[in-house]
Structure formats: structure tokens, C-alpha cells
Write a protein that binds this ligand. Structure first.
Ligand code: PLP
Length: 391
């Protein structure tokens, strides 16, 4: 049985070209980039080339890109340093953020006494931006707004240009967790007034353990890891040259093929939507996930019309890897915060959320296998329920 991978929002397989580029660094360019001899300088050049490549993609200056170990580190660095070094006393965020933002914000509340204001989404997962504006205006406290660009569970996209403009008008800083959208969409930070953003290479066929933070030059943000002067003293520690080169190669491939990949994935996503609708009566889609303009094309959040907490395991036994929500919360018996925000109690009791996330490697044949598996599971649940009623 060929295994099927439909969990690309959790992580993506490495591209062959990325592996080759990384192996070459491990074998050949192994110098420490801080060393002044040729081995070190060759490694340094590789890093600076990737920094320029990232900066060009985002339309920013290379000095605004700081390489880190992952999206989690980037988000931690930004939020913690905003509080510790930029005097932020209030954070406006939402209950839909990834755990690495949500927990960091809570930590700042507990340890630094930061006031936290949560914007509540509506049943589609959208925010009322007039409410954000109201909240921005009603305090003199130095404020950071932290709202993600593309939601990792339901794919909803936020208008970060509009939010950034509101933040500028109201003297607030704006951080957006862009981990899911980076390298999948065009992002022009010369036009989008975001102060801080984050990236993780393993979400676009690069390696795990490699990411970056975008830090707007004039912000004055400092790092949280102290030590040597690497990354303009913002992130001490010998650079992960191999990981940075892997990130650079993965970004290069994503940008080169973005249109082709996006149109293939959109076709697969639309195919999935219509097949599920045809075959599973009463199915729904969470948030904006089934809408083309307002959701990230790589994510589809399905609401199955039956309750089956074992669905992930059942699909895995059929060779299909898929998550119910974010990978960080999988295995948790409680519903995710995102689902708690979107579903009412009745839905919670009688439905099962499933996140199907695609890549350019996903095929219609794999989707057909998923649909067959879901039909079989759904029939099984119906039989179980009938037996239970007759007991
Ligand atoms: N932010 C979002 C939206 C994510 O989806 C993830 C990963 O799932 C992260 C942050 C964390 O990134 P990393 O795995 O690189 O720490």
C-alpha cells in the first residue's frame, strides 16, 4: 500500500534539490561563518546570498532578515523583545493564533504584567476590524498587535495590509505570524506595513530547524538569545549554514514554481471539495477554507457530519496521514481553540473536524483514496450508532 501524505500544513517533504544543496554544505562548505579564513568566509557568503534572496522576495533590506531556528523562535523573539526592549504594555491578539504566539503572549501577561486584549472571531473565523480600531484607540498604552496572516487550521487569510495601516495610524506595532503563507504567496512588505513577521522553511519543502524573522529596521527590536555578535547581535549562536542554504533553495524553488504549484493545488482543492460534497451528505467546511479568495489554497478544513474522535488513527491505518487540526495540538483530546471559536455545542457533539492540507505533489488519485476511506469510516460509524441505539 502506497502511503498518502495530506498533512502539508504540519510539514512538507524536502525537495531533492534542497537535500543536494544541504549535503554540499555539510561536505564542502563546513566552515564557521564567523571565522576570518576562507572556509569561514565561503560559508558566510552562502548565508548572505540567502539573506539577499529573502529580502528581494519580501521587498525589504537584507539587514531586516534575521535567521532563526524556526517559526516558534521567530515569534518568541519578536513578542518577548517587544515587551522587554520596546516598552510594549498591551498586546491585541486573537484566540486563533498558533500556540507559539498564544503561549508567549500568556507568558508576557504572567511574567511582565502585559495587558492582553483578545479579538473574538465570528463563526466564519473573521475579525471585525472596526472593533480592532476601537480597541486601538481606547488606550494610551504602547501596543503590539499580533494577528496571523493565514490560519494554520482553517486557512482564513487576514488583510494584513489593512491591519498594518490601522496599526500605523494608531501608533501600534504590528506582528504577523506568516509561517503558513510565506513562500506560498507574494508578500511585498514595502507595501504592507507590517513591523515583524516570521517564517519556517519546513512549511515549503525546506528543512526543519531553519527559519527567519523579518524585523523592520527602524523598530529597534533586540534579540532574546545573548552571546556572540551573529545576526547583527540579534541572534547569538553559530549559524545553521546548512539549514539556511536549505531554506534558500526551498524558497527559490517555491518562487520559481509558485504559479504552477498554486494552480495545481487549487485544482486539487476544488476537486476535494466537490468530491466530498458528492459523497458525504451533510458535510460542511470550516471558516473560509472552501472559498478561493479568502483562504490559503493549501488548507481545507472539513467538518464531517458524524462524531469520530479516532478518525486520525483510522485514516492512518489505511495509510493516509492527515491531521484534525494543528500538529502541535494533535493527540490532545480537547477540541482546538479554533474549533471552539467556530462551532456551537451541538456541532461539537455530532461532528468531526479534519484538516486536509495539500502540496504540489498531491494527486487526484490520492484524494479519491481519501474519499473512499472517509465513506467507509462514515458507514462504520453509522452501523456502530445503529447497534448502540438497539442495545
Ligand atoms: N505558526 C504557524 C501558523 C504554524 O503553523 C507553525 C507550525 O505549525 C508555527 C508557527 C511554528 O513553526 P515551527 O514549526 O517552525 O516552530
Amino acid at each position: 500500500m502506497d502511503k498518502i501524505y495530506l498533512d502539508n500544513a504540519a510539514t512538507t517533504p524536502l525537495s531533492e534539490e534542497v537535500i543536494d544543496a544541504m549535503v554540499s554544505v555539510m561536505k564542502v562548505t563546513y566552515g564557521n561563518p564567523s571565522s576570518t579564513h576562507s572556509f569561514g568566509q565561503e560559508a558566510k557568503i552562502l548565508i548572505e546570498n540567502v539573506r539577499r534572496e529573502v529580502a528581494e522576495y519580501l521587498h525589504v533590506s537584507p539587514s531586516e532578515i534575521i535567521f532563526t531556528s524556526c517559526g516558534t523562535e521567530s515569534n518568541n523573539m519578536i513578542i518577548k523583545s517587544c515587551v522587554d526592549h520596546l516598552g510594549v504594555e498591551r498586546i491585541i491578539t486573537s484566540p486563533m493564533e498558533h500556540k507559539c504566539v498564544a503561549e508567549t503572549v500568556l507568558d508576557m501577561k504572567k511574567r511582565r504584567g502585559v495587558e492582553v486584549v483578545y479579538l473574538r472571531p465570528d463563526h466564519k473565523g473573521d475579525f471585525d476590524l472596526t472593533k480592532l480600531e476601537e480597541v486601538l484607540k481606547n488606550s494610551e498604552k504602547k501596543t503590539l498587535v499580533s494577528l496571523m496572516h493565514a490560519n494554520n487550521e482553517i486557512g482564513n487569510l487576514l488583510d494584513i495590509k489593512k491591519v498594518g495601516e490601522m496599526c500605523r495610524e494608531n501608533n501600534a506595532l504590528f506582528h504577523s505570524d506568516t509561517v503558513q503563507s510565506m513562500a506560498h504567496m507574494d508578500l511585498d512588505f514595502s507595501q504592507i506595513p507590517v513591523d515583524f513577521a516570521s517564517c519556517s522553511a519546513h512549511k515549503f519543502h525546506g528543512p526543519k530547524g531553519s527559519g527567519f524573522a523579518f524585523i523592520r529596521k527602524a523598530s529597534g527590536l533586540k534579540g532574546i538569545i545573548t552571546g556572540g555578535p551573529q545576526e547583527r547581535t540579534l541572534r547569538a549562536g553559530t549559524e545553521n549554514v546548512c539549514g539556511i542554504v536549505g531554506l534558500g533553495k526551498a524558497l527559490e524553488l517555491s518562487l520559481k514554481n509558485m504559479n504552477e504549484y498554486a494552480s495545481h493545488i487549487r485544482e486539487i482543492k476544488n476537486y476535494t471539495i466537490s468530491r466530498i460534497k458528492e459523497e458525504i451528505e451533510g458535510v460542511k467546511f470550516n471558516g473560509r477554507s472552501a472559498e478561493e479568495e479568502t483562504s490559503l489554497y493549501t488548507v481545507l478544513s472539513v467538518l464531517l457530519p458524524f462524531k469520530d474522535p479516532m478518525i486520525g488513527l483510522k485514516l492512518d491505518m489505511k495509510g493516509i496521514a492527515i491531521s484534525q487540526g494543528s500538529a502541535c495540538s494533535s493527540g490532545a483530546s480537547k477540541p482546538s481553540m479554533v474549533m471552539l471559536m467556530l462551532l456551537d455545542e451541538e456541532e461539537m457533539q455530532h461532528t468531526t473536524p479534519l484538516r486536509v492540507s495539500f502540496s504540489h505533489l498531491t494527486t487526484k488519485k490520492e484524494i479519491d483514496a481519501l474519499i473512499d476511506a472517509l465513506k467507509e469510516i462514515s458507514e462504520g460509524v453509522k452501523i456502530e450508532n445503529t447497534n448502540f441505539e438497539h442495545r
